[in-house]
Design a protein around this ligand. Structure first.
Ligand SMILES: [Zn+2]
Length: 85
């Protein structure tokens, strides 16, 4: 017995965010700049000015570049480590 209720689950497609949270200062001020045909993207925080270039693959989106950048800025730059071989 009983009536069946259809649950309507509505998915609202959100556009991918273009501004991200900065892991260093916590501000939502990180933007990804990618020039067409460039192999790198520049990701920078407008608040604390931390910025880094990350490799850009054709399949990448801003989110991918941001996560690469996130790793770089939270771990420090691996290239800067010297004398540890
Ligand atoms: Zn920041």
């Amino acid at each position: 017995m009983g009536r069946r209720r259809r649950k309507i689950i509505r998915k609202t497609p959100k556009p991918p965010p273009s501004v991200f949270i900065c892991p260093l200062c916590g501000a939502q001020a990180v933007s990804v700049t990618h020039e067409p045909e460039a192999e790198v993207a520049t990701v920078s925080c407008a608040n604390c000015k931390v910025s880094a270039q990350v490799k850009w693959y054709p399949a990448y989106t801003n989110v991918d570049a941001y996560s690469e950048w996130y790793d770089i800025v939270t771990k420090g730059t691996p290239e800067a480590e010297t004398g540890e071989s």
